[in-house]
Design a protein around this ligand. Structure first.
Ligand code: ADE
Length: 248
């Protein structure tokens, strides 16, 4: 997976991606990150890439030409690819979308700043508009990083353990079950006995039950899509009856 990022702050992208699991994935060649500074494509003495908005109003708008020249340079060198514009106006990012993007060989992210980007260049180059949630950030870099991190861990070879990407939160439409490690007792709290039993059937049942309970407690909205057995539906309903039917 090759990520290309059009940005005014390439060091923000490079620094964040260079650490932890993504950093290791870059070193091993599973992913690459090419952060390209839009300012390098400005054509004026002061390297300005923004200007006042037509019609007036607060803030500045990123100009079309430097963004377009930056895009052309990327596709000339690496071939064309989907261009994802990070924007609160986009479709809200999800694990499902991450799965779909993980199948691409190249992805180009366009990070806006100021009050926005000239609509004409967006019309020409953007294929997907994506938001990471209903709140407004100062720029598209953090959303691009959130997306790249989520997508990268789905790329084969990035996680040591292929099972973990599958069994984690959202993979089956449910939240993840709680985890424990040594010591067996901490602050008077014991690790649930089933985890020490070595009984794989009981363990699998317990994991699933805990996932259902967490989901019904914290994200009941997810249950509509999750496939629950009759017993699991009962468990969820019992919880809701005991705790009030909030959220469903
Ligand atoms: N740019 C500013 N806010 C954003 C958001 N919530 N998602 C994606 N891009 C953004």
């Amino acid at each position: 997976m090759n990520f290309h990022v059009m940005t005014l702050f390439p060091e923000m992208i490079e620094n964040a991606m260079a650490v932890s699991i993504t950093g290791r994935a870059i070193k091993s060649g599973c992913i690459s990150v090419n952060a390209v500074n839009i300012r390098d494509y400005a054509q004026n003495k002061h390297n300005r890439v923004d200007d006042y908005p037509y019609g007036g109003g607060a803030g500045m708008v990123m100009q079309a030409e430097p963004v377009y020249r930056c895009y052309e340079d990327i596709i000339e060198k690496h071939g064309s690819a989907r261009v994802i514009c990070l924007s609160p106006q986009g479709r809200v990012f999800s694990q499902e979308m991450a799965q779909e993007y993980a199948g691409e060989e190249n992805l180009i992210f366009l990070c806006g700043h100021y009050e926005g980007i000239d609509e004409r260049v967006l019309e020409e180059i953007v294929t997907d508009y994506v938001s990471i949630g209903d709140y407004v950030l100062t720029g598209g870099e953090l959303p691009a990083l959130v997306m790249m991190d989520t997508i990268a861990r789905l790329v084969p070879g990035v996680l040591n353990n292929a099972v973990s990407a599958q069994t984690e939160s959202f993979a089956e439409g449910l939240l993840e079950y709680p985890q424990y490690t040594r010591p067996e007792e901490w602050h008077g709290k014991k690790v649930p006995a089933v985890l020490l039993s070595g009984n794989h059937k009981l363990l699998a049942e317990w994991y699933r039950e805990q996932s259902v309970l967490r989901t019904v407690k914290n994200r009941p909205d997810l249950l509509q899509k999750a496939k629950l057995t009759e017993k699991e539906c009962q468990l969820a309903e019992e919880f809701l009856q005991k705790n009030g039917n909030r959220g469903l």
